[in-house]
Design a protein around this ligand. Structure first.
Ligand code: MD3
Ligand code: FE
Length: 217
């Protein structure tokens, strides 16, 4: 099937919306790759199953997660960290598919971050009723490297905060195919995802999947 360019503007290019000095929303940037992305996600989850991790405080996260790449983000009672081995399968995380790396590197370059090469991709799966509370991503080595996030499936409302948890948040709707690049002064902003509403997406049922690409090591 061919993807028609439904979200092009009058110049024939997709809309790139600045959310901050180092944050850009690339509307529909992942649409051309959706079939390859969904197939690759299924293969990864067959190898390293989606699971509900436990926070250091003992809460089971409502979002189901897995990883691909040389490093994978995990959480348990001992803390948050990146590991080379999946603690469930006790094998390395599945390797990063070429279509993932190309998408992340291309999105970062489009947003002004040249030569971004991710070594970790966290796959988050949201069912209706699940959410991600406000947090910062601070487990990576080098905060000068951006984070690239790809939204697939049912729409969600993303919360974009400030550098303090108590700072005012902005609500940003994210739909299937949207890619956001977060870097520079926006890299350590608090962020989260509001409780997912019941919705249907052809190919992803009532789920939202988010891919978060990082240079973790
Ligand atoms: C803004 N995931 O996995 S990705 C996460 O939609 C995470 O699943 C969310 O936050 C999701 O840690 C949001 C977007 C994102 C990622 C990193 C950021 C936004 C960010 C870092 C700084 C500011
Ligand atoms: Fe995050």
């Amino acid at each position: 099937m061919t993807n028609l360019p439904l979200f092009e503007n009058e110049t024939g290019t997709r809309r790139n919306e600045p959310l901050g000095p180092g944050a850009t929303l690339l509307h529909g940037f992942a649409l051309a790759d959706e079939t390859a992305l969904l197939d690759a996600i299924k293969a990864i989850a067959d190898d390293a199953p989606l699971r509900n991790m436990v926070t250091p405080g003992g809460f089971v996260m409502s979002v189901a997660m897995t990883n691909c790449g040389t490093l994978g983000w995990t959480s348990d009672r001992r803390g948050y960290r990146y590991t080379e081995i999946d603690p469930i399968t006790e094998r390395p995380w599945p390797s990063m598919p070429a279509c993932f790396t190309a998408l992340a590197t291309g999105a970062a370059a489009t947003a002004g971050f040249e030569s971004f090469i991710p070594d970790a991709c966290l796959i988050n799966r949201y069912a209706p009723g699940t959410r991600l509370t406000l947090h910062q991503d601070k487990n990576e080595q080098d905060f000068s490297q951006p984070i690239v996030s790809v939204s697939l499936g049912v729409p969600a409302i993303f919360l974009f905060g400030g550098l303090k948890r108590s700072d005012k948040t902005r609500r940003v709707p994210l739909v299937h195919g949207d890619v956001v690049v977060w870097g520079g002064p926006d890299r350590l902003r608090y962020h989260g995802v509001l409780t997912l509403k019941e919705n249907h997406h052809p190919g992803l049922e009532n789920y939202r999947i988010n891919l978060t690409f990082r240079k973790a090591g």
